[in-house]
Structure formats: C-alpha cells, structure tokens
Design a protein around this ligand. Structure first.
Ligand SMILES: [Zn+2]
Length: 221
C-alpha cells in the first residue's frame, strides 16, 4: 500500500511538472528529459493541457533544443539576463559548487526548481528575452562547466556569465561600459617617485645663490 502511494505521488509530480513545462512551451524532448515521460504520454498531455486551458495560447514547438553556448554571449543584454537567470538557479539550489547535474537522470524536484527560477526571472525582468528552452539548456551548460562559467566581476563583484576559456579580467556589462578613471597611486609609490625627481621638478624652490652685498660706503655715487 505504501509503495503504491509513493508511486502515485511520483507519477502525479511527474504529470504536474510536464503540464508546467508545456505551459512554458518546452519542446517534447525537454519535457521527456526532465520528467522521464514517454513521447506518446507527452503528446496526450498536450491535448489535455489545451482542453483544460482553452484561452491560453500555447505553441507546441518542434525541432531540436538549443545546443550552442555562444547564444548567451552574443549580446550584452542576453549575457546580462543569462547571468540574472543563473543567479536565480543558484538561489533555488539547482546549481551548487562542486555538484554535477546529470542530464540523463534529472530529478523531478530539480525540474520544479527550474520552473520556479524561470518564473521568477519572467516576473522580475522587463521584456525577458531568454526562452524556457534556453533556460533549461543554460542549467545543463553551467552544470557541465566546460564552456560557460559564472564568475564575479573584478570591478563590482556582480555575478557574470563568461566563456570558460577567456583570459581577460571578468567585467560585467556595467563596469565594461564605464570609462576607467586613472587610479591614485599608492602612497609608497608616490613617495619613491618624488625622491627620484630633481627638486625643481618636485616643485621645491632651489637654494638661492646670493652674492655678498658690498658695504654702503663703497657704493658708487
Ligand atoms: Zn561590474
């Protein structure tokens, strides 16, 4: 009886997650990946969803799921939104340091957290540009860690999405767009440089070379 209950709960969670993914216009392949349902079951669920939500315009997308990490770095706007989305993944607990997400056995609970993180992104970002399909791919790509990585900006510490192979200092879009002002030199360097300069260049007056003043009686009349 207990085993049957557990199985029922698991199936119920699987179906609920599948319907949630359909609502985000996820592709069949993605739904199968995150729920473990068969293609036939997903197709039937699409029909159920459309029957139960007659007013919601859900498109059933076909074709391959995204596979290129370069999509997230192609423009500053998308790169910034991807970093925000990845921040929500971290807060939801989908991405954690040293923890690998196996795309062949994705837990249902992780799929629910993915939906929650993506729904938060939709609610907080004005005119969001990243589709659910790309969001699901971003999780896998970041968990794989061989092309994309999250690093702190060297200027302000903001979480920034970067190419793993980059050798440049990490800069978020805001810091990258801000012109760099000359930084004041440390006091020790300033002191050393001042010692090396001649006195005139330092601004100090040179000692005056005074000639002896003749006595008043000897002055020419
Ligand atoms: Zn920054």
């Amino acid at each position: 009886m207990r085993i049957t209950d557990d199985r029922y709960c698991r199936d119920r969670m699987r179906l609920d997650l599948a319907l949630r993914l359909i609502g985000h216009e996820a592709r069949t392949h993605t739904i199968r990946l995150w729920t473990g349902l068969t293609e036939d079951r997903v197709r039937k669920l699409y029909r159920t969803y459309i029957t139960e939500h007659p007013g919601s315009p859900v498109t059933r997308r076909r074709g391959k799921s995204p596979q290129r990490c370069s999509y997230f770095l192609r423009s500053p706007r998308v790169q910034q939104e991807a970093a925000v989305l990845a921040g929500f993944f971290c807060m939801a607990g989908i991405l954690a340091h040293g923890w690998r997400l196996d795309p062949r056995a994705l837990p249902i609970a992780q799929g629910e957290l993915l939906c929650t993180a993506y729904e938060t992104y939709l609610a907080l970002v004005a005119e969001p540009r990243i589709s659910f399909e790309h969001a699901a791919f971003l999780v896998i790509a970041l968990a794989r860690g061989d092309e994309l990585a999250l690093r702190p900006c060297t200027g302000c510490g903001a979480l920034t999405l970067v190419d793993c192979c980059t050798l440049r200092a990490v800069a978020c879009n805001v810091c990258a767009a801000t012109p760099r002002l000359p930084q004041p030199l440390p006091s020790a360097v300033r002191l050393r440089r001042a010692r090396d300069l001649p006195a005139a260049a330092r601004g100090a007056p040179a000692p005056a070379q005074l000639a002896p003043i003749p006595p008043r009686a000897e002055l020419p009349s």
